[in-house]
Structure formats: structure tokens, C-alpha cells
Design a protein around this ligand. Sequence first.
Ligand SMILES: Cc1cc2nc3c(=O)[nH]c(=O)nc-3n(C[C@H](O)[C@H](O)[C@H](O)COP(=O)(O)OP(=O)(O)OC[C@H]3O[C@@H](n4cnc5c(N)ncnc54)[C@H](O)[C@@H]3O)c2cc1C
Length: 405
Amino acid sequence: MVIIGAGECGGRAALTLRDLGFDGPVTLVGDEPHLPYERPPLSKEAMTSEAPLIKAIASDELLGERSIRHIHSVRAVAIDRAAHLVRLSDGSSLAYDKLLLATGSVPRKLPMPGLGGRCVYLRTFNDALAIRAHLKPENRVAIIGGGFIGLELAASARKLGATVAVLEAQPRILMRGVPAEIAEVIHKAHEAEGAKVLTGQGITAIADDGTRVRITLADGQEIVADFAVIGIGAVPVTALAAEAGLAIDNGIAVDGNLRSADPDVFAAGDCCSFPLAVYGGRRVRLEAWRNAQEQGALAAKNMLGANEAHAAVPWFWSDQYGLTLQIAGLSDEGRSTVRRDLDDGAFILFHLAEDGRLVAASGIGPGNAVARDIRLAEMLIAKRAMPAPEALGSQSVKLKSLLAA
Ligand SMILES: Cc1cc2nc3c(=O)[nH]c(=O)nc-3n(C[C@H](O)[C@H](O)[C@H](O)COP(=O)(O)OP(=O)(O)OC[C@H]3O[C@@H](n4cnc5c(N)ncnc54)[C@H](O)[C@@H]3O)c2cc1C
């Protein structure tokens, strides 16, 4: 069993192979110099904690105990599917019976001239270390892109006292997948914490002279910063698969069992697109921590011949200041929305399809305020339930009772 990509998904897949009793060779190949580690803290605790924090998914000892060979700092550069061989950047090759591609995604590049060493991206622990060094009260940071990573980083930067400007070209932050009502709560939280959030303004020029970055917006306004972090989305890492002749469709295209057209090659996590059973087989690619874990585990099972289809409901969270946002399902499948108010200003929006089916739930509130109800909503979505909108909207009706019904 060979796994390319030693991230959330690859790491989980390797451990699951052992959990399931597989006792043949398992090799995990990663191009980063670290043990498999969690990425979500990189924009959150890893930025603000005193010591730089790398949260390993598996320690060296654990990998040793489970006889998982971890080859780090080495890239897989080619797959010879006919020979069942993976060629590595150090010149060596690995033979496989089953291969899992868990190559993840990388930040989308801002296609503009003028970017220099003070314009950076955040994906890896090393990126996080470099950004952390700049997050000081005397520094001004421009965050290009009002998506999750940019906004979480903005919150961390404010916590450390830096001056923050978030620049979003769209009319509002979090345009993709987050309802306007929730985005507004987050926007206000940033402003209340002293971050400047400028929306609806494209960037017309960037000049990075090595000491500071000057960003010109469409209305002529100039933002001067000591450094800029670009967070305008991510793209799946597919070149290796494409060069091996595998189909690419917004990610490495796999079936519901996470298998490519080659029965011995699987793909999972951020790098793959797959048919999502709960939405009638709609092909999606998810960039979410829990999905990477679930798919890593499922791919391992299927590499061992289980033939099991991915059936999970997508789930995502984001932490900014004291607020936690959680989304279950795909809100763009909804045609109408019902609001349920909870305690402490928290609320959940339930998204219903035309036929009344619950297809998603998005919630925001302090700490864990929405966690329980989002979990119940997730179960309702999985059951393809059609709860009465009045019941969803009423705090006096327990969601658990709808589940039982
Ligand atoms: C800063 C940040 C914050 C996040 N916060 C959240 C959050 O709050 N909630 C949430 O749900 N999700 C969050 N995510 C998303 C989540 O971390 C990802 O969905 C998850 O890491 C995907 O796991 P993966 O294993 O598919 O890919 P990755 O974790 O990207 O791992 C892929 C690995 O493969 C390596 N690789 C690629 N190509 C090759 C090759 N040819 N040879 C060898 N190695 C290769 C890559 O370098 C990488 O190490 C966050 C992501 C980031 C970057």
C-alpha cells in the first residue's frame, strides 16, 4: 500500500490500514519535512500561541509501532500504472499493489505582477512560521481575500495587536457557501475587534518594494502594509494524476468508493472530486478537515476491498475571535431558509430544497453554542428528512424530536 501525500488524509489512511488489520507494507510519501500534521491550527492557535505549534497527527513512535514507513521531504514525480511503480524525486521507486493519492490542495495564486517576498500564502507549517514572525503590534498586515483562511488569520493578527486590513473584491466576505446573514455577523466581529474590512473593491495594482507592500484598489484608495497574505482559495494538486492519464474534473475524479478509473488507484481528501450520495450524486470537491479524515479512512477500507461508498454529510467549521461557525451540508442546494435563534445571540439557518427536504444548516455563535444543533441537523440531512419549517424555526421544538419523527 503506497500513499502519496502525508497530510490529514494520507496520515489517517495509513493508520486505518493498520486499524483494519492489514499487515503488509504501508508507505507514506510526503514532500514536507514534517510528520503528518493538522492544518486548521495554522491560521488559529499556531499563530497566537507562545511557542510555534505543530500538531502531529501521528508521532514518529506511533508510525514506528504501526510499521508505517514515512518517507518525508521527497516528492512523488511520476506514476507508472502499467508497472505499478511510483517514481520519487530522490531517484528511487516504490512498487505498489494499491495506491492512494492524497496530495491535497495548494493556495490559488494571485495572477498579478508586482508580488514580491512580502506577499505570501498560507498552507504549510513553514508558511505559518514565516507569517507569525511578522504578526507584531508595530506591523500592518493586508489580507487579500475575505475567505476562511484570510479571516481566521485576520483574527489571529488582531489578537497579536497587528493593524489589519482585509481586502475582498466580492460585494461581501465569505461569498462562497456562507449565507449573507452569517457573513454579516463575522464582518461586524472583525470591525468590532479593530480590523478594517473593505469589500467590493478589486485590486488594480500591487507594488512590493521589499520593505512594504502598496496595494491600489479599484476606487484609487491605496493600502500600505508591511506584508500581505493572499488567501483567495485553493486548487487541487492533480498534475501527478493527470500525467498518469487519470481523469481530472475539478480534482482527481473518483467514484463513490474513491476509486479512479484504474481499479488500483484511489484518491481522497482535498485533491479529489467525488459523487456525493446525499445530493443525488452531485460531483463535489471538499476542502475540509473532517472530509479529509473520513475519506482517508474510507479509501483505506476500499484499498482492502470493502467496496463501500462515501455517504457522509459535508461538515465544516471556522473559529474567529470567540465565534464559531459551523456548516453541515451544501447550502447552495437550498431554495428557502428558516432561522432558529439560540441563546447568547447564536443562530442557525436551515436551508430547505424546493420539495421541503433539509439540505444544509449554517450556524454561528460564541464557542460551542451551535455545535449540538448542527450535529442534529446533520443527522436530519443524512436521513433526507423534510421537517416542518415552523418546527425548525421554533426554539421550543427540540431538533431531536424531529429526528425521531
Ligand atoms: C490554514 C488552514 C486552516 C484550515 N482550517 C480549517 C478549518 O478550520 N476547518 C476545516 O474543516 N478545514 C480547515 N482547513 C482545511 C483542512 O486542513 C484540509 O481540508 C485538509 O488538510 C486536507 O487534507 P489532505 O490530506 O487532503 O491535504 P493536505 O493536508 O494538503 O495534505 C496533502 C499533502 O500532500 C503533499 N503532497 C502533494 N503532492 C505531493 C507529491 N507529489 N509527493 C509527495 N507529497 C505531496 C503536500 O505537500 C501535503 O503535505 C484549513 C486549511 C488550512 C491550510
